[in-house]
Design a protein around this ligand. Structure first.
Ligand code: SF4
Length: 309
C-alpha cells in the first residue's frame, strides 16, 4: 500500500488523475490548493477533486521563480512551474482557497497564464455567526456549482450533493481512524506512512482512497512492532507548504513519535459528519462554521479560543 502511495507522491505528472480522466471523455478534473475546499461539491458534479501541494523537493523551479519575490514560500512558485511545464495541462479548473495573499495572487496569475481554464478564488468566512458568516458562505457555496455545471454540462442536484457529503463523511471517519490509531499506538503506524496515505487521498478518487485506508488499518492493527521510548510530538503549522518526506522520516528517526499534525488538513478540516438531510449547501456552510478544526490556518474570533487546539 505504502509503495503505491509513494509512487503517487513522486509522480509530478499526476498520472493517476490523468488516467481517471482519460477513461471517459466526459470526465473533468478540478484541482484545489491548501487548505480547505468543499470537495463534496466537485464530487457531486461527477468530477475528480485533485489536491495540489506544489512541486515539493522533486521539482526544480525555473520559470516559477520569475513570478514571485525570492522570499515568498515555494508552494506558489512550484505550482506555477507545474502549470507552465504542462504537468497540469489535463486539469480543467482550479480552486484557490483564501489561505493568504500569496494564494490569492496566484489565482490571478493562473487566470492570466491559462486563459480558458476555470479559475475561482474560493473565499471562506472570517465571521462565525450563522446570520453573518453563515449566510455569506452559503451564498458563496451556491455560486460554486454554476462554474462547475458550465464545465460539465451537468446539473448538480441536492440529492447528488447529499450522496457526496455521505461519501466524504466516510472518508473523514476512516482518516480519523488512521490518526486515532497512530495517536494510541504510534509504533504501529509510522508518520511517514500516514503522510503518504493522506497524499494519496489528494489524487485518488475518494472511493478508492476509502479502500486503501481500510486495507491499511487492517494491516496496521496486526503489526507486531516494539514500542520505543520515543517522545510524543505534534507538528503544527505545515497546513500549506508541505515538508519533504525525508524530514518526516528524520523526525521519527530522531526518536519522536508524531502523534498529530496538520499536514493536508483538508482531510480533517471538519471534525464531525456533515448532515445528509435538508439543504446540503446550508449543511456544508454550518459544518464549516461550527465543525472546523482549530488550527493556525483558521481565524479564531474569540480571544479565549486562541491557542486551545
Ligand atoms: S499560507 Fe504560507 S505557505 Fe501557503 S502560500 Fe501562503 S505564505 Fe505560502
Amino acid at each position: 500500500i505504502i509503495a503505491r502511495c509513494e509512487a503517487f507522491y513522486e509522480d509530478l505528472d499526476f498520472t493517476a488523475a490523468r488516467e481517471w480522466k482519460e477513461a471517459d471523455p466526459s470526465r473533468k478534473v478540478i484541482a484545489y490548493m491548501p487548505v480547505y475546499v468543499p470537495r463534496e461539491i466537485i464530487h457531486a458534479a461527477g468530477m475528480l477533486p485533485l489536491g495540489i501541494m506544489g512541486g515539493g523537493d522533486g521539482l526544480e523551479v525555473i520559470h516559477g521563480d520569475a513570478y514571485y519575490q525570492s522570499y515568498i514560500c515555494r508552494i506558489p512558485r512550484s505550482t506555477i512551474e507545474l502549470g507552465l511545464s504542462k504537468r497540469m495541462d489535463f486539469v480543467d479548473g482550479m480552486l484557490f482557497p483564501s489561505i493568504c495573499d500569496v494564494i490569492r495572487n496566484l489565482s490571478g496569475m493562473w487566470k492570466l497564464l491559462f486563459p480558458g481554464k476555470y479559475v475561482r478564488y474560493f473565499d471562506v468566512p472570517q465571521n462565525y455567526k450563522d446570520e453573518v458568516g453563515g449566510s455569506y458562505y452559503t451564498n458563496e457555496l451556491n455560486e460554486l456549482p454554476q462554474g462547475l455545471e458550465h464545465l460539465s454540462g451537468r446539473k448538480i442536484t441536492d440529492d447528488a450533493l447529499r450522496a457526496s457529503i455521505a461519501v466524504y463523511n466516510e472518508n473523514r471517519k476512516l482518516v480519523q481512524a488512521v490518526y486515532g490509531l497512530r495517536s494510541r499506538e504510534p509504533w504501529k503506524v509510522p508518520s511517514s506512512e500516514v503522510y503518504l496515505l493522506m497524499r494519496a487521498g489528494l489524487v485518488l478518487p475518494v472511493e478508492e482512497h476509502h479502500q486503501m485506508l481500510r486495507d491499511y488499518l487492517a494491516a496496521a492493527e496486526k503489526v507486531q512492532a516494539q514500542k520505543r521510548d520515543n517522545c510524543r510530538v505534534i507538528i503544527n503549522g505545515s497546513f500549506c507548504e508541505q515538508p519533504p518526506l525525508n524530514l518526516v522520516k528524520s523526525i521519527e528517526l530522531a526518536g519522536c513519535y508524531i502523534v498529530d499534525d496538520d499536514y493536508m488538513i483538508v482531510h480533517r478540516w471538519l471534525r464531525n459528519p456533515v448532515s445528509t438531510s435538508g439543504d446540503p449547501m446550508q449543511n456544508l456552510s454550518l459544518a464549516f462554521l461550527h465543525e472546523s478544526i482549530a488550527t493556525a490556518a483558521k481565524y479564531d474570533d474569540k480571544e479565549e479560543d486562541k491557542g486551545k487546539y
